[in-house]
Ligand binder design. Structure first.
Ligand SMILES: *Cc1c(COP(=O)(O)O)cnc(C)c1O
Length: 460
């Protein structure tokens, strides 16, 4: 019998390993209680498989590690800055580069330069730090993602798309002058890593050109978005990830970037723009918050590792294995009937906590408690993406009640094996079998900003 199946496998081999501590359920019970049932407050050494985030948790390549040794730690005009600038031009096409310590550093600068008090900033679903910086600059974020994105069972392949009718309605209501730019995230983190289609970007470009509104990308996971375009959008099957990435950027005016995701580094980010005037203001402001415009809070070696990581991130084989691993875990969960966000996105599996724990009300934090239970079951650390992450409306003081109440199992890049994925799926299945015994939580400490990082809870 001919064997037609060809599995994906990692386009790398392992040169060094980090040993992990194994813990007992009793130790984990105590650890999560001490952490106020917030997985962000656990000690990393008490975690077996860490799916808290894909941010800054990638394994760097030997090339990137050797890049660290080439750090030019001059205060101004480091060689590594120019290497990074070349990489950004070559792979993304943007004219001007301002490095920042990570993505939110770039969001702060962009928001302060472009947003005036009273402005409206449309975006395809909010992201925590992005929205906060827009608000701190005096703007109001308005969600313009398509409705499908809020439905965890809808199978549309481009659930990150912008709803052009929603954008047009905003322009009508407030006038284009009140809208400095539209922030387009590729992929959309809080929708479950859902991609935006090229066609949608093209249409948005036509619309915004008519009204003289800029498009700023949140291009944190642009290579993953490009992979979905290659797999699912007509006309792109034969194009490389690198070509698709560059085409995405070509429909936009600039971008903020967290190098800690796609670019395979542990720290770093940047703001990139094509407009000289915006660049000049931003490069002046970056001195106040981050550092001189040729290092922006980064060591020379960090910029070098990011330049190399950007090139590695757009390799077709890399992305095939990256998303292949995420899909492998998703398929395992589907086999056992776990309710997850579909289609499976780029950077992780998102469990629908409302469907997993239908007996727990949203104000009793179902996703938060599910993350805690998974940790106790197996030492797998995940995080809440639901009502705790959504925070409160600054004007009314009420919780935001997001439709999606999710637990995110984020897969770090090039870090875990297929056997780890099996252990994770088995643990989720075990917790699912015992789900009826799980009770909700009460919040006993709530910080003012980005509360999900530091809030503490008690069992009800
Ligand atoms: C991580 C992230 C950011 C912020 O970047 P940091 O490097 O964590 O500051 C912004 N947008 C999205 C979509 C992200 O995932």
């Amino acid at each position: 019998m001919a064997l037609h199946k060809r599995s994906w496998a990692e386009p790398f081999k392992i040169k060094m390993v980090e040993l992990l501590k194994m813990t007992t359920p009793a130790q984990r019970q105590k650890a999560i209680k001490d952490a106020g049932y917030n997985t962000f407050l656990l000690k990393s050494e008490d975690v077996y498989i860490d799916l808290l985030t894909d941010s800054g948790t990638s394994a760097m390549s030997d090339q990137q590690w050797s890049g660290l040794m080439l750090g030019d730690e001059a205060y101004a005009g480091s060689k590594n800055f120019y290497n990074l600038e070349r990489a950004v031009k070559k792979y993304y096409g943007y004219t001007y580069l301002i490095p920042t310590h990570q993505g939110r550093g770039a969001e702060n600068i962009l928001s302060q330069v472009m947003i005036k008090k009273g402005d409206i900033v449309p975006g395809n679903m909010y992201f925590t730090t992005t929205r906060l910086h827009q608000e701190l600059a005096g703007g109001t974020f308005v969600d313009v993602i398509i409705d499908e994105a809020h439905d965890s069972e809808n199978l549309f392949p481009f659930k990150g798309n912008v709803d052009l009718n929603k954008v047009e309605a905003l322009i009508k209501k407030y006038g284009a002058k009140k809208i400095p730019y539209i922030c387009v995230a590729v992929t959309v983190n809080l929708a479950g890593g859902q991609p935006v289609s090229m066609e949608n970007l093209k249409q948005l470009r036509l619309l915004t050109n008519k009204h003289n509104i800029k498009i700023m990308l949140d291009m944190t996971r642009i290579a993953e978005n490009a992979y979905f375009i290659q797999q699912h959008e007509k006309g792109y099957a034969k194009k490389s990830i690198a070509a698709i990435v560059k085409e995405i950027c070509s429909y936009t005016d600039g971008a903020t970037f967290s190098g800690k995701k796609d670019a395979l580094v542990n720290i770093g980010g940047f703001l990139a723009v094509n407009d000289k005037h915006i660049y000049e203001e931003a490069s002046n402001l970056v001195v106040v918050y981050e550092g001189l415009h040729t290092y922006g809070g980064l060591a020379g070696r960090d910029m070098e590792a990011m330049a190399i990581g950007i090139a590695e991130s757009v390799q077709d084989e890399h992305m095939k294995a990256r998303i292949g691993q995420v899909k492998y875990l998703g398929d395992k969960m589907l086999e056992t009937g776990i309710p997850i966000v579909l289609p499976v996105g780029g950077h992780g599996i998102f469990i629908d906590a409302k469907r997993f724990l239908p007996h727990i009300k949203q104000e009793q934090f179902p996703a938060q408690v599910l993350a805690a239970e998974l940790y106790v079951d197996s030492g797998v650390r995940t995080m809440e993406r639901g009502i705790v992450s959504a925070g409160r409306n600054a004007k009314t003081g009420d919780h935001y009640y997001p439709k999606l109440e999710l637990v995110r199992l984020t897969i770090p890049r090039r870090v875990y094996t297929q056997a780890h994925m099996d252990v994770i799926a088995e643990s989720v299945e075990h917790v699912y079998e015992n789900r009826k015994k799980i009770k909700g939580l009460k919040m006993i400490y709530e910080p003012k900003y980005l509360r999900f990082f530091q809030a503490r809870f008690q069992k009800l």
